[in-house]
Design a protein around this ligand. Structure first.
Ligand code: ASP
Length: 582
């Protein structure tokens, strides 16, 4: 028997028991005639004591030689600790060791295994197995486990069946590049790794499994913007015989369950907002509604004066920043520089200080009088003491820029509190999205999403205006889930592919199996997928998903621990009928 108890288990009530503990040497404190070792495992830390009077000098000498992270087994008696440590659950006791066995030695770790470590990100990733011994990482993995267990419990209780779908498949269009796997047995042919199990879950609905879920890996070969992973985990779900309302209610239920069980937070009914409103009021399809600062469109009141910048703009829009009228000239200049950074891309910023005495001072006083500025304040909801920031230009770009500014200012003002949870459904997304460069339309969600009832005809005349039965669940400014009611009619699906620029032959080659299945009594169906990594990070009150993943990849998609991706040898290439052309 390696251990009778874990290092987090023993309490004052165990005093007098003989125990065996196993774990890692966390710290050695040597006082000459007596030494203490903090012994660590997943469950906690227990203090071991080696005392030349009470046990033996030999044992004490052995103990003081032990290096950090040596794996040991210690037998002894639980005794009361002279100086108790109220900060740890085992702080009332220690184990007077009578027998010590070294189970394995350890090299000196390249960074300290402490909550506050001296190791930078790169070195911690290279030695991730050591990093996982640290509380901050270990606790996040345990937290993730708790969340996924609650997801399974809730969905299973609601009658959902967990079904696995294959990883070696054919392309699923979720808008990213596929990871490809060459097939040895089928010369010159490739599998694609799933960007999501989309087509399979729809086929499960045709198969009569009317409530499906899976916690599943998905693979997307994208340029890794900050905090994305090439492989990530989804809570993937699909239901048959449902309308949008059924899906929203079911998954609102799941999200409420998680907030309650994991955070102890009760949330009322989730608000719903159309995509158009989200863009108009927040410039963003995943608005953070923990705080206000809604957009106020100023075209009506700011155009047709002598200020040409506004007159020539498609959109003039502002936000009121609470309490920021006190910003100094220098602080405002810095803000203007911030919006002009290439990452944001605004050409400039107009501002209005709403003074406490009810007067206004703006950067465009030459063109606008107090009455004009009062209207701006009314539209943006600015109160005395606030600062109105106004951007102008092309609608889409200006909204994106002001949205970035809104989030930045809210962060600076401490309005994005990690212990506050503000979920929101965004509904009625456009079905198609115009690629400004090529002029072609893409599916905004994916090609299997159904248009809103009665909008099919619009597809021929004004494709950009067709709304979809598609919805996103947003939490604190993050899209944590998205889905749609699907097309389940072969002809409509074929029309959809046509509008996305597929020839009938291409559509058949790529998705013939799905359209075939639709001919055998496909039920109406729809679904949703949650990004588990992000959901867990938000519930855990953190910004980055990386620490919630045991073995994450870096920003270049590399696993620096196992050193992947890697070259393969000639023999393997030959077997796969591949030649490199670098
Ligand atoms: N497959 C979709 C996605 O990965 C989710 C869904 O439509 O259910 O975003």
């Amino acid at each position: 028997m390696y251990r009778s108890n874990t290092c987090g288990a023993l309490r004052a009530s165990d005093i007098g028991s003989e125990v065996i503990l196993s774990g890692w040497v966390h710290k050695v404190r040597d006082k000459g005639f007596v030494a203490w070792i903090d012994l660590r495992d997943r469950y906690g830390i227990t203090q071991l004591v080696f005392d030349q009077e009470r046990t033996s000098k030999k044992l004490l000498d052995q103990a003081r030689e032990l290096g950090r992270e040596t794996v040991i087994q210690a037998k002894g008696e639980v005794i009361e600790r002279a100086s108790k440590n109220p900060n740890i659950p085992t702080g009332e006791i220690e184990v007077l060791v009578t027998e010590l066995t070294i189970l394995n030695n350890s090299l000196l770790p390249p960074f300290t295994i402490e909550d506050e470590t001296d190791g930078g990100e790169d070195i911690r990733m290279k030695y991730r197995y050591l990093d996982i011994r640290r509380n901050p990482v270990k606790n996040k993995l345990i937290f993730r486990h708790k969340v996924s267990m609650e997801v399974r419990k809730y969905l299973s209780d609601q009658g959902f069946i967990d079904i696995e779908t294959p990883y070696l498949i054919k392309s699923t269009p979720e808008g990213a590049r596929d990871f490809l796997v060459p097939s040895r047995m089928n010369e010159g042919q490739f599998y694609a790794l799933p960007q999501s199990p989309q087509t399979f879950k729809q086929l499960l609905m045709v198969g009569g499994m009317d409530k499906y879920f899976q916690i599943v890996k998905c693979f997307r070969d994208e340029d890794l913007r900050a905090d994305r992973q090439p492989e990530f985990t989804q809570i993937d779900c699909e239901m048959a015989f449902v309308e949008q309302e059924d899906i929203l209610n079911t998954f609102e239920g799941l999200t409420k369950h998680l907030l309650k069980e994991i955070k102890g937070v009760d949330v009322e009914e989730f608000p719903r907002m159309t995509y158009d409103d989200a863009m108009r009021l927040y410039g963003n399809d995943k608005p953070d509604i923990r705080f206000g600062m809604q957009f106020g469109e100023l075209n009506q009141v700011a155009q047709h004066k002598d200020f040409n910048v506004f007159n020539s703009a498609e959109l003039v829009v502002g936000i009121a920043v609470p309490g920021a009228a006190s910003y100094t000239r220098k602080e405002i200049d810095k803000l203007v520089d911030w919006v002009k950074r290439p990452q944001v891309g605004a050409k400039g910023m107009v501002y209005v200080k709403c003074n406490e005495d009810g007067t206004y001072k703006s950067s465009v006083d030459k063109f606008y009088d107090q009455e004009d500025l009062a209207k701006w304040a009314e539209i943006t909801g600015a109160k005395p003491g606030d600062l109105i920031c106004v951007l102008s230009g092309n609608t889409n770009e200006t909204r994106a820029q002001l949205s970035a500014l809104r989030m930045e200012l809210a962060t600076r003002l401490g309005l994005r509190k990690s212990d506050e949870f503000a979920p929101l459904w965004v509904v009625d997304f456009p079905l198609l999205e115009l690629d400004e460069e090529t002029g072609a339309y893409h599916a905004m969600h994916h090609p299997f999403t159904s248009p809103k009832p009665g909008q099919l005809e619009l597809l021929e005349t004004k494709p950009g205006e067709v709304k979809a039965n598609a919805y996103d669940l947003v939490l604190n400014g993050n899209e944590i889930g998205g889905g749609s009611i699907r097309i389940y009619d072969k002809e409509i699906q074929a029309t959809m592919f046509k509008h996305l620029g597929f020839t009938p032959e291409e559509a058949k080659a790529q998705f013939g199996f799905l359209m075939d299945a639709f001919q055998y009594g496909a039920p109406p169906h729809g679904g949703i997928a949650f990004g588990l990594d992000r959901l867990v990070a938000i519930l855990g009150g953190q910004e980055t998903i990386r620490d919630f993943i045991a073995f994450p990849k870096n920003n270049s998609g590399r696993d620096v621990m196992i050193d992947a991706p890697a070259n393969i040898d000639e023999e393997q290439l030959k077997e796969l009928h591949l030649k490199l052309d670098l």
